[in-house]
Design a protein around this ligand. Structure first.
Ligand code: IVH
Length: 672
């Protein structure tokens, strides 16, 4: 199919199909095709666009994530101010609101309302020009927001191009960008593991994600959007709010399925109460309901104040709060040495869960709250996540209780603690041999994503460190079966298994070992990137920050952290000990002599008779080739087994070199 016109048509057809599938999946929540089928369509489109870049347009579903790192965000002036809502907290206040607006309207008619969940996310403005998403911005102060278009484009429920009929010339919809509660839990788990500060609630997580400078990272945060209102519009006419929702939904925008039309205020209040009782059933956090006048003509009469529209009001739910007493404030020491104050609370129930501790994050937070042992505090569980101390109830403070001081020493090893920089909020234990740090470091080092030492869990590590058998990561490799048998936790078999697991870990890939070193700011992905570029650990002792910053994903903070880590004398000692213990300290050597395969990309489809997928992959990689799961015009070879999938069809269309199993094996033998 080389005729450009035919190709163009095919590309348009694929884009339309993908947009339609996105709409059904993300907007209507009624997917019609499987994920696999969707992937095939997307891959198909991608390979066409790679081959015919002249037909690539920014509204293509393949163009959600732009590769680069943003320098910062420009500002966007909102042509129509983004207002906020007046809050009410009781049925009486709602009735007062209706009385007030009825008085303003003077007429003797029945007011109709639309009642919507008030999503606890980040307000956004999305501008569509002739149906194309051109700007995505935050609310900011209501008049000027930040241009976060590149990040907004990664959100799958926001169409890059509107679908359907009668698309307006200009439409600025406004909505809420939010993160599901489950998603936040997953992200916080990873952040906890990496020693990063946790997001206190889904709103902070959504807002933090939207301000990331790397759209590819934003894409991973699985943000979502629900449209609730509009600003500018040209070429669109909405008579009522219901009419607005109906139209924007048909244009592919996502609106809340729980929005309800009510014919009077009592009905609207009942609906608010219903959701107050079951707010937890939603996958996202809501902090109330919004009642809006349905008729836009009436809205015009009512108008707005400087701050909020008169035609809408928020009914706020009481927060998930409780009061309890701080029994003790403890300090815990993390893997990187950060000292975190934790409040141990008199157990109290809050939103169905018993809460007995709450992190205070750092000493600045203690100062801000002025929280002390024996204080009565108000706690809140926002977004069903970590409980947070909101404030001290000072009227209940017992006499003569002392302020909390930053400890002079590490609570575990009793060595002095310090801050890295004066302006930093964290205090660190800087003793490399601090048992608390060692325990946490060991736990990370032995974990599945690092050295994968099965059987080396928390209790084993606790014992090994407490008894002095292990004082550094390298000591693991000096352990003998006899040592383990001295511990009450071990019988013969368990000890043999652990020694075998330790032995096996010596062959873990360098990227895993590198991640296991626990270098601050270096996560799993960064470790893989670094070791792919520098495939021998010794190279890291000679690198400068400038070398590392050349790697696209590497920022200055990460680069500095790596260089500082390898500057330490104890790092040199550790790596030497690893070397003496026989650990793999370089990425598997590629056989450079296999010239023709080096750097060539292979794709496999269908079942091979003599090799599993994994074996084939390792074979290709060991000969310097690259493995890919999707076909594109840059694929060098596609190997086709029994019952090949759609990749085969695409490969034929792209005129790629197609090999059967025998031809593949011959190629390998020739080159090996
Ligand atoms: S309507 C005020 N509807 O709540 C102009 N707002 O304090 C129209 N919000 O920042 C807003 N859910 O982003 C509206 N269903 C909903 C909403 C909602 C959440 C946010 C909105 C605004 C804040 C108002």
């Amino acid at each position: 199919m080389e005729n450009p016109e035919t190709v163009k048509k095919e590309i348009e057809k694929l884009k339309k199909e993908i947009r339609g599938a996105d709409y059904k999946y993300y907007v209507l929540s009624q997917p019609e095709i499987s994920d696999k089928e969707y992937d095939v369509l997307l891959k198909h489109l991608k390979s066409f666009e790679e081959k015919y870049p002249q037909f690539l347009t920014p509204d293509s579903p393949t163009q959600r994530v732009s590769g680069g790192i943003l320098e910062g965000f420009a500002t966007v002036k909102h042509e129509i101010k983004m207002l906020s809502l007046d809050n009410t907290y009781s049925v009486e206040e709602l009735k007062d609101w209706e009385t007030k607006i009825k008085k303003m309207l003077k007429g003797n008619f029945q007011l109709h309302y639309v009642v919507e969940p008030k999503i606890d996310g980040v307000s956004c403005s999305l501008i569509y020009k002739s149906g194309m998403l051109t700007v995505g911005a935050t609310r900011g102060d209501g008049e000027v927001g930040e241009d976060v278009t590149a990040n907004i484009r990664t959100i799958k429920s926001i169409p890059l191009k509107l679908i359907g009929q009668n698309i307006p010339q200009l439409l600025e919809v406004r909505g809420e960008i939010y993160m599901d509660k489950k998603e936040l839990e997953i992200i916080n788990k990873v952040r906890l593991k990496n020693g990063e500060q946790l997001f206190a609630n889904p709103r902070n997580a959504a807002s933090g994600s939207l301000k990331l400078l790397s759209p590819s990272l934003v894409a991973k945060r699985n943000l979502n959007c629900l449209v609730h209102s509009f600003g500018l519009s040209r070429g669109a006419e909405f008579k009522t709010h219901r009419d607005f929702f109906e139209k924007v939904k048909n244009w592919g925008l996502r609106v809340n399925q729980h929005n309800k039309f009510c014919t009077n205020l009592d009905e609207a209040i009942d609906y608010c109460m219903k959701w107050e009782g079951k707010r937890d059933a939603l996958s996202y956090e809501i902090d109330g309901m919004v009642i809006k006048v349905d008729d836009y003509k009436l809205r015009d009469i009512l108008g707005t104040t400087m701050k909020s529209p008169r035609w809408a009001v928020a009914y706020k739910f009481p927060a998930h709060q409780a009061t309890t007493v701080v029994e003790k404030i403890e300090f815990s020491v993390g893997r990187t040495g950060i000292i975190t104050p934790v409040a141990l609370l008199k157990p109290v129930e809050c939103a169905g869960v018993t809460i007995s501790r709450s992190t205070l994050h750092n000493f600045d937070e203690i100062k801000r709250l002025d929280v002390r042992e024996k204080d009565t505090v108000l706690i809140e569980r926002a977004g069903e996540v970590i409980p947070k101390i909101i404030k001290v109830i000072s009227s209940m403070r017992p006499a003569h209780i002392k302020k909390i001081q930053v400890p002079k020493q590490c609570p575990v090893c009793r060595q002095p603690i310090s801050k890295e920089k004066e302006e930093e909020v964290y205090w660190y234990c800087i003793n490399a041999n601090c048992p608390a740090k060692i325990k946490q470091s060991l736990l990370h080092f032995a974990s599945r994503t690092c050295m994968d030492i099965e059987g080396m869990g928390e209790s084993v590590i606790e014992e090994l460190v407490n008894r002095g058998y292990v004082k550094s990561l390298a000591d693991i490799y000096n352990l003998k079966k006899e040592d383990l048998l001295k511990l009450p936790l071990f019988a013969e078999k368990k000890a043999i298994n652990l020694i075998a697991a330790i032995e096996k870990s010596k062959n873990r890939p360098l990227s895993r070992l590198f991640y296991g070193l626990g270098i601050r700011h270096i996560g799993e992905k960064a470790a893989a990137l670094l070791t792919a570029k520098y495939n021998n650990i010794n190279k890291f002792f000679t690198l400068k920050t400038g070398d590392l910053e050349k790697i696209p994903e590497m920022g200055p903070v990460m680069a500095e952290s790596v260089v500082n880590f390898f500057f330490l004398r104890q790092t040199r000692k550790l790596i030497n000990e690893f070397k003496n213990a026989g650990l793999n300290l370089q990425e598997e050597k590629r056989q450079i002599k296999t010239t023709v395969l080096t750097g060539k990309t292979f794709v496999f489809t269908g079942e091979l008779e003599s090799l599993s997928r994994d074996e084939a992959r390792r074979l290709v990689e060991s000969l310097g080739g690259k493995w890919s799961s999707s076909v594109s015009k840059s694929t060098d070879f596609i190997v086709v087994g029994k019952d090949p999938g759609s990749k085969y069809k695409i490969a034929k269309e792209l005129h790629l070199t197609i090999l059967n199993e025998d031809e593949f094996k011959r190629l390998i033998q020739e080159k090996a």
